[in-house]
Each structure stands twice: as structure tokens, then as C-alpha cells.
Design a protein around this ligand. Structure first.
Ligand code: XMP
Length: 528
């Protein structure tokens, strides 16, 4: 395992990501991690970049034990400064010119006794295209170090110790703007640290099933909510593989799901995946509480709180029923489909006083029900979850499903929700998504849906010979990689024409169709 210590750079998580792509297993922990608290010994350590200056009084520093462990260390950007600082804290100065963006570094060659310091740049050529992002630089080399790469503005763009396996680089190998960065990370992790390249999805499944079984014990039971989305389905299938029917999945129909969604999810999870599932239809309860509510934040709260209430009641009755089973014990665990980016979000280093919190959006459930959290996907990125899903035999259309928000259609119906609005939103959404699938665009688009404008904003239309006032349906489709920023999808006019014609003809009460051409920012993906 390669240990990545995170000093708060926006790129830190990409380091672990690249290592996984090299089939090298790695774990990222906050830079303040005490090595004595680790139960394993890393084969090598990478110190990430970060927004601080090592010489400022509030700058974070690594546990001194990091430098005494004797394993190879690679410092990236802030990490390089941190190595220099830990050896001799006078070497780092603020650069007179901040350096951002593309740069070409010249790789130097050493011979004889010093040849080993070139291993980091092995097989990368003489000139390396890199992505720089830093303000500080070394004013002089720490004792025992030699430069191994340089630019006109940064004579110490890459440095290495002649007597210890310590390396530092001023640029970011983890971003795709450094095209040979992955090779550099491979040189460090595989060649220098000797890390094994044996991390595969099959291995992950075996290891995780073992871990779940050990954690839950021979009789323990687990409960978890499923939504039909990829994360909860993959997590549920993994639990099913590990502990069979001692995992209880719960699907709450909150009345704001898409057309036939509860039915379809039930069929896939029970018939195709063999998961022990309880479906609770709470449509009336949810819609009753949402009646007359038009503020989006209140809608979200009502749906969130009602969900917790329903889930808790269901869990109680499942636990009661399960008690009678001679084979099983108490329900002790709650399953969460938390992914690595959420974990990073909650553990990443945000300043000297940052507290580390565990990520979950079900805090209340854990406390009220005395449950422990089980998060089998916490080491994975989204595309790895998809690969795992495929590996576990989950149908392709589910593995590639667009995300759907917890508050469902409630935040796609602007203003108050009523049965008619729900019907129009559902029918229009179905037509839009069906057409996207038929056009072969579903995977290219990250998220797409139909939303409806409030009853107070009806538009006029002429249908047959009559003027009618009908609903305005608005379509939204975006491309994004991280859902933080997004671009609207440039459909062909013919496609939009077809969808629009179908919606006004087939959806009773819909009289106008618009397409939302707002990017995020300034817009958001959802309508409210
Ligand atoms: P926005 O609208 O913030 O959406 O650009 C970004 C992503 O988050 C989803 N989203 C939600 N998911 N509860 C959820 O579970 C919510 O309240 C919520 N609001 C937005 C949205 O679908 C998109 O994928």
C-alpha cells in the first residue's frame, strides 16, 4: 500500500486515483495522521500539494515519524517544500513569480554512484510537459540533495536525495495536463517503492466480502435503504453476496418517484439480483405532508424527515420479525453506499483546526437505532463502482443510470405539487429519456429530465380549434464529470422537434415545451 498524505490540494484525490489505475493499492489520509495509529506499514509515502506556505505559522506539517520510517517518500509541490522544511527549515522562500499552468521541465542525467537518483524520471525522455501550480520555491537545495529536473524559473523543479530515497517535484504528476505523470507515479510506486500491481476489481470483491463477513459476524444482520440508483444497488448486491438474506433492503416509495419506478426497481432487485427487499408505499403520507408546500428547501426537509421516520418504523418491524429467526441475531448495522469522493470530502485536510468527521447523511438513524455504519464502497470512485456493478452481474442499464435526487420529482415540479403535475412530469420525463436512449445519447449525457412549471405559470396554446391553457414542460440535459460544473447538451434540432411534438401530443395538459440552455454555474442542474 502507498500512503498518500493530503495537505489539502484540490488534486490530492487524483493521486490515489492514478495509483489505482496502475493497479497499485493506495490510501489517502489527512496530513496530520500519526503513523503510530496505523495498523499497516506503507511501502512508500506521497506528500500531496496544498494551499499553504510551509514557513507560515499555521502551516500543517507531517508527523516527524514519516521521515524516520525509512520508506521512499515523494513530495509533490507543497510536499516538496515539506521535505525541505523538515530537513532544514530555511530553504523555502516565496517565489517572486507564481507559476501556474503548462511548463516544460528539463530532466538531468546523473552517472556513477548518483545514477539511482534518476529513477523517478526513468524512461520519461529529456523534456517533460508538466502542469505547475505553486508560489513557493526552494532557494537552495537541502543538504544531500541534487536537482533532477528544472525549468528556467524553477531550477529545483525536481530534486532527489543522494543517500536516502527522498524525492520532490514542484509540478503535479497526478493531473492529465502532465501527460506522462502516470508513468512518473509508476516509477515511484512500482520501481522505487516496490509496490505490487495486484489491485483488481475481483480482488476488491473478495477482500470486501471477507471484511463484511468478519465485521457482521455469523449471525449479525444489516439493513439499508435502496433507491434503484447505482451506488445503493451495488452496495446491496455486495451485501447479498456476503451475508445473503441477513441483509434487508428497504425501498421507500415517497410518491415522487418516476413513472413505474418502484415496480421496476423491485423487479430488478428481487428477481434479477435476489436481494431480500421490502417495498413500503408511503405515497399518501409524503404527498399529504407536501400539500401546499412550494418552498424547495421545505420540500427537501419534509421528504428527508419523513423518509427517516418511515425507514425507522420499517426497520423496527423487520428487526422484530428477524428476531424470531433461529439463524439470525440482532440488526446491528446500517448500510450506506458512500463513495470515495464523499469520504475525501469529509476527511480532507481543511486547515490546522479541521476536525475529521465521518461522512453520512443518516446521522439521526444511527443514533436513534443504535446502529453501526457499514460502507463497502468507501474506497471507490464512481466509475469503479460501475465496474464493480458489472462484475457483480448488475444489468447494464442500471449500472449506467443517471443520478436521481432524493427529493425526486418534488424539486422538478416548481412550486406546489399535485397529482396532475406529477403525472405530467412523469409522462414527459419518460418520453424524453426514451428518446435519448433511442438516439444512443444516454451515456454521453450525465443527467437529463423533464420538469414542469407551476400552475400559476400556464401558457396558452391552440389545440384543435380551441385556445387552451396548459402546462409548460421544460427539458434539461447536461454533460458533466463532477456535477459541480455542467454544460447543457447541444441536441440536434430534429431531436428536440421530435421530443416536443411527442410531449404536446401524448401528455394530456402539456401545451408548451422548452429546453433549458443554462450552464452550471450560474444555473444548477436541478430546477430548484
Ligand atoms: P444541483 O442542482 O445542485 O445538482 O446542480 C447537482 C447534483 O445533485 C443532485 N441533487 C440532489 N440530490 N438531494 C439529492 O439527493 C437533493 O436535495 C439534491 N439536489 C440536487 C442533482 O440531481 C445533481 O445530480
Amino acid at each position: 500500500t502507498i500512503l498518500v498524505l493530503d495537505f489539502g490540494s484540490q488534486y490530492s484525490h487524483l493521486i490515489t486515483r492514478r495509483l489505482r489505475e496502475l493497479n497499485v493499492y493506495s490510501e489517502m489520509l489527512p496530513c496530520t495522521q500519526k503513523l503510530a495509529d496505523l495498523t499497516w506499514k506503507p511501502k512508500g509515502i506521497i506528500l500531496s500539494g496544498g494551499p499553504y506556505s510551509v514557513y507560515s505559522s499555521d502551516a500543517p506539517h507531517a508527523d516527524p515519524a514519516v521521515f524516520e520510517l525509512g520508506v521512499p517518500i515523494l513530495g509533490i509541490c507543497y510536499g516538496l517544500q515539506e521535505i525541505a522544511w523538515s530537513l532544514d527549515n530555511k530553504n523555502v522562500v516565496s517565489g517572486e513569480k507564481r507559476e501556474y499552468g503548462h511548463a516544460t521541465v528539463k530532466i538531468q542525467k546523473h552517472s556513477g554512484k548518483e545514477a539511482h537518483i534518476d529513477r523517478l524520471f526513468q524512461d520519461l525522455g529529456e523534456d517533460l510537459e508538466v502542469w505547475m501550480s505553486h508560489g513557493d520555491k526552494l532557494s537552495q537545495l537541502p543538504a544531500g540533495f541534487e536537482p533532477v529536473a528544472s525549468t528556467p524559473n524553477a531550477p529545483f523543479a525536481g530534486i532527489a536525495s543522494t543517500d536516502r530515497p527522498l524525492f520532490g517535484i514542484q509540478f503535479h504528476p497526478e493531473v492529465t495536463h502532465t501527460p506522462k505523470g502516470k508513468q512518473l507515479l509508476s516509477n515511484f510506486a512500482v520501481t522505487i517503492c516496490g509496490a505490487r500491481q495486484d489491485w483488481t476489481m475481483e480482488k476488491f470483491v473478495d477482500k470486501e466480502i471477507e471484511r463484511i463477513r468478519a465485521m457482521v459476524g455469523p449471525k449479525g444482520q444489516v439493513i439499508g435503504a435502496v433507491s434503484g440508483g447505482v451506488d445503493s444497488t451495488v452496495a446491496a448486491k455486495l451485501m447479498k453476496e456476503a451475508i445473503g438474506d441477513r441483509f434487508h433492503a428497504v425501498l421507500v416509495d415517497n410518491g415522487v418517484l418516476r413513472l413505474d419506478e418502484a415496480k421496476t426497481v423491485k423487479k430488478t432487485l428481487t428477481e434479477h439480483l435476489g436481494i431480500n427487499l421490502t417495498v413500503i408505499d408511503s405515497t399518501d403520507l409524503f404527498l399529504g405532508r407536501l400539500k401546499g408546500v412550494s418552498d424547495p428547501e421545505r420540500k427537501r426537509k419534509i421528504i428527508g424527515n419523513t423518509f427517516i421516520e418511515v425507514f425507522q418504523d420499517t426497520a423496527k418491524s423487520i428487526a422484530e420479525a428477524a428476531k424470531d429467526s433461529p439463524k439470525a441475531g440482532e440488526i446491528e448495522f446500517l448500510l450506506q453506499g458512500t463513495l470515495y469522493p464523499d469520504v475525501i470530502e469529509s476527511i480532507s485536510f481543511k486547515g490546522p483546526s479541521a476536525t475529521i468527521k465521518t461522512h453520512h447523511n443518516v446521522g439521526g438513524l444511527l443514533e436513534n437505532m443504535h446502529l453501526k455504519l457499514i460502507e463497502p464502497l468507501r474506497e471507490l470512485f464512481k466509475d469503479e463502482v460501475r465496474a464493480l456493478g458489472t462484475n457483480l452481474g448488475i444489468p447494464e442499464e442500471l449500472v449506467w443510470r443517471h443520478p436521481f435526487p432524493g427529493p425526486g420529482l418534488a424539486i422538478r415540479i416548481i412550486g406546489e405539487i399535485n397529482e396532475e403535475q406529477l403525472r405530467i412530469a412523469r409522462e414527459a420525463d419518460k418520453i424524453f429519456i426514451d428518446e435519448i436512449v433511442a438516439a444512443g445519447l444516454y451515456r454521453k449525457i450525465s443527467q437529463a429530465f423533464a420538469a414542469v412549471f407551476p400552475d400559476t405559470a400556464k401558457a396558452v396554446g391552440v389545440m384543435g380549434d380551441k385556445r387552451v391553457h396548459g402546462k409548460v414542460v421544460t427539458l434539461r440535459a447536461v454533460e458533466t464529470t463532477d456535477f459541480m460544473t455542467a454544460d447543457w447538451y447541444p441536441f440536434e434540432f430534429d431531436f428536440l422537434k421530435r421530443v416536443s411534438r411527442r410531449i404536446v401530443n401524448e401528455v394530456d395538459g402539456a401545451c408548451r415545451v422548452t429546453y433549458d440552455i443554462t450552464s452550471k454555474p450560474p444555473g444548477t442542474i436541478e430546477m430548484e
